[in-house]
Design a protein around this ligand. Structure first.
Ligand SMILES: C[S@@+](CC[C@H](N)C(=O)[O-])C[C@H]1O[C@@H](n2cnc3c(N)ncnc32)[C@H](O)[C@@H]1O
Length: 219
């Protein structure tokens, strides 16, 4: 891990996300991500019913997954994000449980609560490798036996990896946002206690961003 790691700077991202989400009501749009559409198909074929979403933002994927019939619990550490999801779910007649939750701490759910966990572009936020390792253990705890975890993250193949402000531990800051770029070694390390059942590289608009989608089954 690099000497430049300063956890107070990483912690400052929470305020940044809070103001970005409250100032931009449709920051990621209302259409579901490609990752959510793929996860829904996978979850359906594994007979998943209950899903917890981590880092749900303003809910574009929450609305889709709930509309597809999953029993969804949406979480984020931004109060404005969670409020937006709750309000819009009500307007759309969707029943989504919403909980404010910071994934740097314990997840506020009993063990074996969910059939699956879905998380698009949260793992690659300002989370250190030890925080990610603890998060995966927590997800394992709240998943039922054989439960699925699908997460996506930007990778070390991304154009922004290695540029901007170096925050240590493969994290770089661009335009006020800190991103942890995932290496193949990190993906492997985070799979402990799980079996990787699918690993897909894909691109998302913009740079383009280079991402990986990892689906793992609780071993
Ligand atoms: C890149 S956005 C993705 C939002 C959503 N998944 C989407 O694709 O529309 C990352 C989200 O993670 C949330 N987040 C970042 N760090 C978090 C943490 N430690 N705990 C919970 N949520 C966090 C942010 O508030 C933001 O909503």
């Amino acid at each position: 891990m690099s000497d430049e790691l300063d956890e107070s700077i990483l912690d400052g991202q929470q305020g940044h996300w809070e103001s970005m989400l409250s100032d931009n009501p449709d920051m990621f749009g209302l259409e579901p991500s490609e990752a959510a559409v793929a996860a829904a198909a996978q979850f359906r074929s594994a007979d998943v019913v209950t899903v917890v979403e981590l880092g749900a933002g303003q809910g574009r994927d929450s609305f889709y997954l709930s509309g597809e019939g999953f029993d969804l619990t949406a979480t984020d550490y931004s109060q404005s994000g969670i409020d937006a999801i709750a309000d819009r779910a009500g307007e759309r007649g969707l029943s989504i449980s919403c909980a404010r939750c910071d994934v740097r701490g314990t997840l506020p759910f009993p063990e074996a609560s969910f059939d699956a966990c879905y998380s698009h572009m949260l793992f690659c936020m300002a989370l250190t490798t030890p925080q990610l390792e603890a998060l995966v253990l927590e997800i394992r705890r709240v998943l039922k036996a054989g439960g699925l975890l699908t997460y996506t993250a930007r990778t070390t193949d991304d154009a922004h990896f290695g540029s901007g402000i170096d925050r240590g531990d493969d994290m770089f800051e661009h335009g006020g946002f800190i991103v942890h770029f995932f290496s193949p070694e990190l993906i492997e390390e985070l799979s402990e206690g799980f079996e990787i059942i699918e690993l897909l590289h894909f691109e998302e608009a913009g740079l383009p961003r280079r991402l990986v989608s990892v689906t793992m089954r609780k071993a």
